[in-house]
Design a protein around this ligand. Sequence first.
Ligand SMILES: [Zn+2]
Length: 192
Amino acid sequence: MPRPHCARCQRPEGHCLCALIPQLPSQTRVLILQHPSETAHALNTARLAALGLANSELMVAEQVAPSLWQAGAARTCVLFPGEGATPLAPSEEPLQLLVLDGTWRKARKLLHLNPELAALPRVSLPAPQPSRYRLRKAPAEGALSTIEAIVQALEILEAPASFQALLAPFEALIEGQIRAMGEDTYKRNHQV
Ligand SMILES: [Zn+2]
């Protein structure tokens, strides 16, 4: 029988991260679009980001209606690197930042399936910083987890505000995964 999970952070009982999840305010509205195949991933950092930011929303879908981002008054940009993307800079006017969660391939698929979304102006992070996400294979050198990318983007847009507190449950999640991996390795090497 599967162990019961926390209804909020969806971590298994005894591994709930809710106590570490902040309620951070931001000027920027953060909309996270997650491909349905990403939801079951053990390291679902998009969910942690959405829970920790008061002004954010997580949608799990392959296709979304433009009304989703047109409802707000703020200008919407998609956080996605590549040609035509403007490097993020501090913004006077509040922005709505649309973030695509998942692997590079999944994010590209979401753009392909949502032409109106693909037509939105794109912004990108400056030269990538090393990720603390050591467990999940990065699709490219310097690739960040969704929650790290959001923290970096918000710290640029709303400088000098800090959003490091958002990473607390993520750090705990990684430490827990490393410990679990250590135990597995231990069991493999010490089986009688
Ligand atoms: Zn929880």
